[in-house]
Design a binder for this molecule. Structure first.
Ligand code: HEC
Ligand code: HEC
Length: 322
C-alpha cells in the first residue's frame, strides 16, 4: 500500500471530502471528524473503488497471466501500456491503456480534477481528443460524483512512473466509435443507491465494475442489451482463449442454480494468495478476480441480489473453446 500523499492528492481529496459531507449530511451518525480524517476516508474509499470495484488499476497496470486471473504486477500500478486489440477482444485497431500516474510528462500530473473527471465520465482527454470506449466512461458516467472524486483523489497518490505509452491505431474514425448519446451531460445528480436496497445498490456496483461489458453479447460491435449478461464474448489473450460466462438466472445455461455462497466463492477464493498464485495453463480467465476478491462481503452479496433479478437468457457458452 502506498502512503505517500502528494499536495495534489490532498487538494483533490479536500474537494472530494466536500462531496462526501454534502451527500451524507442527512445521516444520523455525527460527522465529527477533522479535515485530516476526512481526507484519509476519501482516499481510502477511492483506493477501494479503483482497485476492487471499478477495475481502473487492472487495465492501467501490467497484468501477469502466468498466474490465475492475471493479477496486477506490483510496482506497475497506473503506468499504462496494456494492449487492447482485435485479437484480444475484436477492437478495430490497437488501443493502449494510458499512464494515469502523477508523472507530469507521461502521466496525468498536470491535469486538473475537472479534466480527469471529464476523461473518465465523458471520454474526452485533456487535449480534447476522444478516448476509445474500451475505457468504460459510459459506465463511469453513471457513478455518483463523490465516488468519482474519491477515485481521482486516490489516483493522485499513486507512485509516479515515467512511461510513454504508444499512440493508438484505429482502423475507423474515432467519431464512429464515440457513444455520445449514451452519455448524460451532467453527472451532478447521480446518486449511489443506499445499501439497504441491495438490488439497486448491486446494480450500481456492477455498472461501476464493468461486468456488463464482458458479459453482454454484441452484434456488429454493439451491445445487445436484450440479452444482457448472456455471455459468450470471446477473448484471446495469446496464452489462452476464454469466452465469458452466461451469468443470468437461466437454470440450464446460466447461473440460475448457483447459491449466493457459490457466486461469492468464485471471487473470495482469490482473497488468499494460494487462490491465484499458480499457473492455470489454458484454464485461465481475463476476469480480474483477484481485484474483485477485495470487495466486501456486503458488496458481493448486493451484486448477487441484483443478478437474481435480471432476465434469464438461454445461451450455452463453452468457457474454454477447443
Ligand atoms: C477496460 C479497461 C479500462 C478500465 C477498467 C479503465 N480504463 Fe482508463 N483507459 C483505458 C484505455 C484503453 C485508455 C486509452 C483510450 C484511448 O487511447 O483511446 C484509457 C484512458 C484513460 C484516461 C485518459 C488518459 C489520457 O492521457 O488521455 C484516464 C484519465 C483514465 N483512463 C482513467 C481511468 C480511471 C480513473 C479508471 C477507473 C475509474 C479507468 N481509467 C478504468 C482502459 C481502461
Ligand atoms: C474482463 C472481462 C470480465 C469482466 C470485467 C467480468 N467478467 Fe465475469 N467472466 C469473464 C469470463 C471470461 C468468464 C469465464 C471464465 C471464468 O470463469 O472466469 C467469467 C465468469 C464469471 C462467472 C462464473 C460463471 C460460470 O458459469 O462459471 C461469474 C459469476 C462472473 N463472471 C461474474 C462477474 C461479475 C459479477 C462481474 C463484475 C463484478 C464480472 N463477472 C466481470 C469475464 C469478465
Amino acid at each position: 500500500m502506498r502512503k505517500f500523499i502528494t499536495l495534489a492528492a490532498i487538494a483533490s481529496a479536500i474537494i472530494a471530502a466536500a462531496y462526501f459531507t454534502a451527500c451524507n449530511n442527512n445521516k444520523s451518525e455525527p460527522q465529527a471528524d477533522n479535515k485530516e480524517d476526512s481526507i484519509k476516508r476519501v482516499i481510502a474509499r477511492g483506493e477501494y473503488l479503483a482497485n476492487h470495484v471499478a477495475p481502473c488499476l487492472d487495465c492501467h497496470s501490467k497484468r501477469d497471466y502466468t498466474k490465475f486471473s492475471g493479477p496486477v504486477v506490483p510496482g506497475t500500478e497506473g503506468m499504462g501500456g496494456e494492449v487492447f486489440d482485435q485479437k484480444l477482444m475484436g477492437i478495430p485497431g490497437t488501443v493502449y491503456a494510458r499512464n494515469i500516474t502523477p508523472d507530469p510528462e507521461t502521466g496525468i500530473g498536470t491535469w486538473t480534477d475537472d479534466e480527469v473527471l471529464r476523461a473518465i465520465t465523458q471520454g474526452i482527454s485533456k487535449n480534447g481528443d476522444t478516448l476509445f470506449p474500451i475505457m468504460p466512461y459510459v459506465n463511469f458516467n453513471h457513478m455518483a460524483k463523490e465516488d468519482l472524486m474519491s477515485i481521482i483523489a486516490y489516483i493522485r497518490t499513486l507512485k509516479s512512473i515515467k512511461n510513454k505509452v504508444p499512440t493508438r491505431q484505429l482502423m475507423i474514425p474515432i467519431s464512429m466509435a464515440y457513444p455520445g448519446p449514451a452519455l448524460q451531460k451532467s453527472i451532478d445528480a447521480n446518486m449511489r443507491p443506499p445499501e439497504s436496497d441491495p438490488v439497486k445498490y448491486g446494480e450500481y456496483l456492477m455498472n461501476a465494475a464493468v461486468c456488463t461489458d464482458c458479459h453482454t453479447p454484441q452484434v456488429k460491435g454493439q451491445f445487445d442489451f436484450s440479452r444482457a449478461f448472456g455471455g459468450g464474448l470471446a477473448f484471446d489473450v495469446g496464452t489462452f482463449k476464454v469466452n465469458s460466462a452466461n451469468i443470468t438466472p437461466d437454470s440450464a445455461t446460466g447461473i440460475g442454480t448457483w447459491t449466493e455462497e457459490r457466486v461469492m466463492n468464485k471471487f473470495t477464493v482469490c482473497r488468499e494468495e494460494k487462490g491465484y498464485n499458480y499457473d492455470p495453463g489454458k484454464q485461465n480467465t481475463i476476469m480480474p478476480i483477484v481485484s474483485y476478491a477485495g470487495m466486501t462481503d456486503n458488496d458481493l452479496k448486493a451484486m448477487y441480489a441484483y443478478l437474481r433479478t435480471v432476465k434469464p437468457v438461454k445461451n450455452k457458452v463453452e468457457k474454454y473453446p477447443q
